[in-house]
Design a protein around this ligand. Structure first.
Ligand SMILES: *[C@@H]1O[C@H](CO)[C@@H](O)[C@H](O)[C@H]1NC(C)=O
Ligand SMILES: *[C@@H]1O[C@H](CO)[C@@H](O)[C@H](O)[C@H]1NC(C)=O
Ligand SMILES: *[C@@H]1O[C@H](CO)[C@@H](O)[C@H](O)[C@H]1NC(C)=O
Ligand SMILES: *[C@@H]1O[C@H](CO)[C@@H](O)[C@H](O)[C@H]1NC(C)=O
Ligand SMILES: *[C@@H]1O[C@H](CO)[C@@H](O)[C@H](O)[C@H]1NC(C)=O
Ligand SMILES: *[C@@H]1O[C@H](CO)[C@@H](O)[C@H](O)[C@H]1NC(C)=O
Length: 506
């Protein structure tokens, strides 16, 4: 048996990837060229990256727009009924506008169908034309609408796609439907996975009668430099409150022409919102996932904030080892449903009988260190990934730490096996040791008892969404067994911290 590490997960997944996902070849090829240091001019490289980034379907050029005549509908609707303002925001107050494509809906719809609840969630996927499956549109899919003709708009970004105009206008076309009781317009891509309970939790914190623009930026600094730091990235999804949408639709079309040189739809939206003077409100739970490689470090080191969205899951390795991308994200979503507010939430504790540190990313992974690690180190994400555009090791918009090559400097890693709800509003989950037989394990004496651990079982009471209205604080945990002899299971109980409790080594 060998030590389990994220590095080895990465390597294993890389091997599966090349077998199972041949589409990655283009990127691998690019990576090879970069590594080989071919004397390609910066200009050519940049254009290649841009070209590759076009593989995102919602930004794809597609011929044959099937648009109705462009109409200016005048909206008489007043600002979202202030009288209803006292009622807490729930899912029915959100109107989703998803940027899709008729050609690729069938290969992408599994992402939306993971979170779409027929007759509960409201919204449409917007397509460039009537889809081939028009006659028997899947019942599990959200309903579609065909976007208006945008051929009269200017688009001058040489490396981008005109579909950015159509996608940018979804907020306007959604607004102009004039649906009742909409407080928030939430935009996303057809490969965005929303965690809608948490989206509601986040939006409910804000007064929907004010002009809000809420989302997150890119994980990769190079993306923020090229596009914008001050923008909510479209793949991670963003929310626009009704009053802001009402102002935005008045200027959007003219504004789209003013920013014809921009690449994406989300940039156009931000450019237009900046004319109103509204700033993006960043919420750390929106994830564009502008990374390559294994998302392990990002998910296992999630910030203390509700998980709102994940994106680009076709472009990173599967979330769980030894599972397909699709099955992995399904597993995460099923787990999320057992305790929505807690998914990926961190809890750290020491076992002072053995001088161990345990780090839990609830519903996903546990790391066990046979030493007392500082909280600062534990909360820093392992860099199991590269940047989106150039596959570089840095920089990111958050701090990372490398995964050491030395097995004695890496934690033992456990992945969620299953989780169940038990009576009294509690969940119990078991996390199974991830072992890669191709990897050497640490042969130091202090690792022996840790290497015997096969399971970490974690119990926690349900995470009440009201907790997210308080100042964010990581929850505490305790290791409730062991220390005498060799244990194959470690039991961890997550609980709220006591008033003057801290993760401080003795
Ligand atoms: C969009 O409008 C342009 C100009 O009015 C027209 O030539 C084109 O055929 C229209 N496209 C579709 C798909 O209707
Ligand atoms: C959401 O709030 C509205 C009030 O605006 C209420 O009528 C509706 O029943 C609520 N829906 C859910 C699913 O809680
Ligand atoms: C949604 O509502 C419609 C009309 O009320 C109903 O016919 C349909 O069965 C419902 N679908 C689901 C999945 O509940
Ligand atoms: C991967 O899955 C296969 C088939 O389900 C199983 O036989 C194998 O043990 C798994 N490998 C790991 C490392 O979990
Ligand atoms: C834990 O660490 C402390 C401080 O380094 C040391 O004094 C103690 O002996 C260690 N306990 C065990 C069980 O290793
Ligand atoms: C711990 O998890 C393992 C694996 O799922 C399970 O067999 C065992 O019963 C669990 N123990 C407890 C006390 O829940």
């Amino acid at each position: 048996m060998s030590s389990s590490t994220v590095k080895t997960i990465q390597d294993t997944l890389k091997a599966w990837k090349s077998l199972v996902f041949p589409t990655f070849k283009v990127n691998d090829l690019l990576y090879f060229f970069l590594k080989a240091g071919l004397a390609v001019s910066t200009f050519a490289l940049v254009s290649l990256f841009f070209y590759l980034s076009l593989s995102h379907p919602s930004f794809n050029s597609s011929s044959g727009y099937d648009y109705k005549t462009f109409k200016h509908l005048v909206q008489q609707r007043t600002i979202a009924d202030a009288s209803a303002g006292a009622e807490p925001t729930n899912v029915s107050h959100i109107l989703f506008g998803i940027g899709g494509s008729a050609q690729t809906w069938n290969t992408r719809r599994h992402y939306t169908e993971l979170w779409w609840k027929p007759n509960v969630t409201r919204g449409y996927v917007w397509l460039e034309s009537e889809p081939p499956e028009k006659e028997n549109w899947p019942e599990t899919s959200l309903p579609y609408k065909v976007s208006a003709n945008t051929s009269s708009f200017k688009y001058t970004c040489w490396y981008g796609s005109r579909s950015a105009i159509r996608i940018a206008r979804i907020v306007k076309e959604s607004f102009e439907l004039g649906l009742d009781n909409v407080r928030w317009f939430v935009m996303g891509d057809d490969d965005t996975v929303f965690f809608t309970d948490n989206l509601v939790t986040v939006l409910a914190k804000y007064d929907h009668n004010q002009m809000y623009y809420i989302g997150g930026n890119s994980e990769s600094v190079e993306q923020n430099v090229i596009h914008s730091y001050t923008m909510a990235y479209g793949g991670g999804g963003f929310a626009i409150s009704y009053p802001l949408a009402a102002e935005l639709v008045k200027i959007l079309d003219g504004c789209i022409d003013r920013y014809s040189h921009f690449y994406g739809s989300d940039q156009r939206i931000q450019g237009c919102i900046s004319e109103i003077g509204v700033q993006v409100t960043e919420e750390p739970g929106f994830h564009q996932v502008d990374i390559r490689g294994s998302p392990y470090g990002l998910l296992a080191g999630h910030p203390v904030a509700p998980l709102v969205s994940l994106h680009h899951l076709d472009y990173v390795e599967p979330i769980f080892p030894n599972m397909t991308r699709e099955d992995s994200v399904k597993k995460l979503v099923i787990t999320y449903k057992t305790d929505p507010g807690r998914i990926l939430q961190q809890s750290y504790c020491y076992d002072l009988r053995r001088n161990w540190s345990v780090s839990v990313s609830w519903g996903y992974s546990v790391q066990l260190y046979p030493s007392l690690m500082t909280a600062k180190k534990l909360e820093t994400a392992f860099r199991t990934f590269q940047t989106w555009r150039t596959w570089s090791n840095d920089p990111f918009t958050f701090n990372t730490r490398p995964m050491s090559e030395n097995p004695c400097e890496r934690p033992l890693v456990f992945f969620l096996d299953r989780v169940e709800s038990v009576d009294g509003g509690e969940t119990r989950g078991s996390y199974v040791r991830y072992v890669d037989v191709s990897q050497k394990e640490c042969d130091r004496e202090e690792y022996v008892p840790a290497l015997a651990v096969q399971y970490v079982n974690v119990s926690a009471s349900h995470f009440l969404s009201d907790l997210w209205k308080k100042a964010p604080r990581r929850q505490c945990c305790e290791v409730i067994n062991g220390g005498d002899g060799v244990d194959s299971a470690v039991y961890v109980k997550i609980r709220s911290c006591q008033a003057s409790e801290s993760l401080t080594p003795p």
